[in-house]
Design a protein around this ligand. Structure first.
Ligand code: ZN
Length: 131
């Protein structure tokens, strides 16, 4: 991931997320106090304020909450970057919503509520494919 300029930077709060992703595992922070999952990773619970969250492997099951199709190369990106592509808000079965990509289907087949499953791309970044 270190040479991927498109991946978010790894910080103290996000390191467990990226370490798991590098081995194909999808983990989320979960509060030790109120048991809520949350994303993005941070050092305190956004629900109750407790610090030192636990990390737990999650199902990777999700659905499309919202999405857009990016039709053009709006910025300089590698030639292998496929266009059009789908940027989606993905609602995980465990609750959190995260921004990701939907891959493995035609962009015009994506719809709100579409069942998804996490997968990992070449850059160890979790993306989602149709379940
Ligand atoms: Zn909490």
């Amino acid at each position: 991931m270190t040479d991927n300029v498109f991946a978010p930077p790894e910080t103290e709060a996000t390191a467990p997320f990226w370490e798991a992703a590098r081995t194909g595992r999808f983990v989320l922070p979960r509060c030790r106090s109120c048991s809520e999952f949350f994303h993005y990773p941070r050092l305190f619970c956004p629900f109750c304020g407790a610090s030192d969250p636990d990390w737990q492997e999650v199902s990777g099951k999700a659905q499309v909450y919202s999405y857009t199709i990016v039709p053009l190369r709006m910025r300089p990106v590698p030639d292998e970057w496929p266009v059009p592509y789908v940027v989606a808000l993905v609602e995980l079965d465990e609750g959190p919503v995260l921004m990701s990509n939907v891959v493995g289907c035609a962009p015009e087949d994506v719809h709100i509520g579409m069942p998804l499953q996490v997968t990992f791309g070449d850059a160890d970044v979790p993306v989602f494919r149709p379940a």
